[in-house]
Design a protein around this ligand. Structure first.
Ligand SMILES: NC(=O)C1=CN([C@@H]2O[C@H](COP(=O)(O)OP(=O)(O)OC[C@H]3O[C@@H](n4cnc5c(N)ncnc54)[C@H](OP(=O)(O)O)[C@@H]3O)[C@@H](O)[C@H]2O)C=CC1
Ligand SMILES: O=C1CO[C@H](CO)[C@@H](O)[C@@H]1O
Length: 330
């Protein structure tokens, strides 16, 4: 770090990169000093367009730079673990796009590498850092909804058969299980604070890539959850947490709709409906946490558990929808 400024290097030049670069550049205490691409020309073009000093050819070159304290990794999922571990070993803090990796074994390897190197890491799952999510945490802690009964989460967008997208390439970690199940499975883990005891899942596959995921899971104590994710239905990003006293409903949890504040509703047993809106910027909050000094353990645990759930969903799909129990990674 240079004084109290954390200098970021960016790895990859994809669709999400531009938005996160703007978020990094508008976060207090953060500068973006370099961007790396497989192509030096692309890195330099990107650097010029977005006001980043250095455009670097090759990701390894960026990790050698003294003017980089932390990296933001925006590569396809199958490349996350390799570059997160390389960044940690180079002494850089890591902000890595979701899904953090493609398996819980890789996620634990990233966690171990960061721990060994004494660097901090976060997956770039913005919704966990919205001010609204802090309200969800408070309501869950206070048992505002009564005894939890059922949780549903659905995340989708319509994009079938766009063959040049990493989301549809199995070798790059494509498929809606990892891409969208990360959000839906993560929401369920967030709401219950734990791993399911069992999961059962089915997927529509095309060319070895999941296009649609349907899953049910049980947590014991009569708590159940259902997930629906896919590339073959229009945009959905909602959840419901149903309890004995009331239900929390949110129609935009992964990212607030662009034209309105973040919102949610609470329906209670008497039939009243309370609506709430929230201001705040989830990505800036997330970046501020990474460059701060408070423990990130809660978010890291959430990421490891989410990856564990996704592994179990895949295991159930491979076993024809059988109920599989969810292993505790440690
Ligand atoms: N948090 C969020 O809201 C969002 C997160 N994401 C996540 O961000 C990550 C990147 O997604 P997205 O920006 O859509 O991806 P893109 O395909 O647009 O970009 C990926 C970048 O990775 C680099 N790359 C390296 N090797 C390959 C390869 N073999 N094929 C394709 N690209 C490669 C490329 O940069 P170069 O060639 O310049 O090195 C490319 O620009 C994913 O993990 C995705 O899940 C995506 C959208 C939103
Ligand atoms: O994380 C992301 C945000 O949501 C998109 C769907 O709308 C995903 O495909 C993307 O990877």
């Amino acid at each position: 770090m240079s004084g109290s400024i954390t200098r970021f290097g960016v790895i990859g030049t994809g669709r999400i990169t531009r938005r996160l670069v703007a978020d990094l550049q508008s976060t207090e205490g953060v500068e973006v000093t370099a961007i790396a691409s497989r192509s030096g020309e692309r890195a330099r073009w990107y650097g010029d367009q977005y006001g980043i000093g250095a455009g670097v050819e090759g990701y390894a070159g960026l990790l050698k730079r003294d003017d980089v304290d932390a990296v933001y990794i925006s590569l396809p999922p199958s490349m996350h673990a390799e570059w997160a571990i390389a960044a940690a070993q180079a002494g850089k803090h890591v902000l890595c796009e979701k899904p953090l990796t493609v398996s819980v074994a890789e996620t634990i390897a990233v966690d171990d590498a960061c721990r060994d190197a004494g660097v901090r890491w976060l997956d770039a799952t913005g919704w966990l850092h919205h001010d609204r999510t802090d309200a969800f945490v408070g309501w869950l802690d206070d048992q505002r909804f009564g005894k939890l009964g059922h949780i549903s989460a659905s995340v989708s967008f319509f994009q079938p058969f766009q063959s040049d997208d990493h989301r549809l390439d199995a070798t790059l970690g494509g498929g809606c299980i990892l891409d969208l199940g990360w959000y839906a499975g993560g929401l369920v883990r967030f709401a219950t604070g734990k791993l399911p005891l069992w999961v059962s899942a089915d997927a529509v596959m095309i060319d070895g890539v999941s296009q649609r995921l349907t899953a049910i899971m049980g947590f014991g104590d009569d708590v159940t959850a259902t997930l629906s994710c896919g590339y073959d239905t229009a945009t959905r990003k909602w959840f419901e947490i149903a309890g004995s006293e009331s239900s929390l409903i949110c129609d935009d949890f992964t990212r607030p709709w662009p034209d309105r504040p973040a919102r949610c509703w609470i329906h209670d047993a008497a039939g009243t409906v309370q609506s709430e809106t929230f201001e705040g910027h989830q990505e800036r909050n997330m970046i501020t946490k990474l460059v701060g000094d408070k423990s990130l353990a809660r978010y890291q645990r959430q990421a490891i558990d989410t990856q564990t759930i996704l592994d179990s969903l895949q295991q159930s799909i491979d076993a024809g929808g059988a109920k599989v129990s969810t292993p505790r990674p440690f």
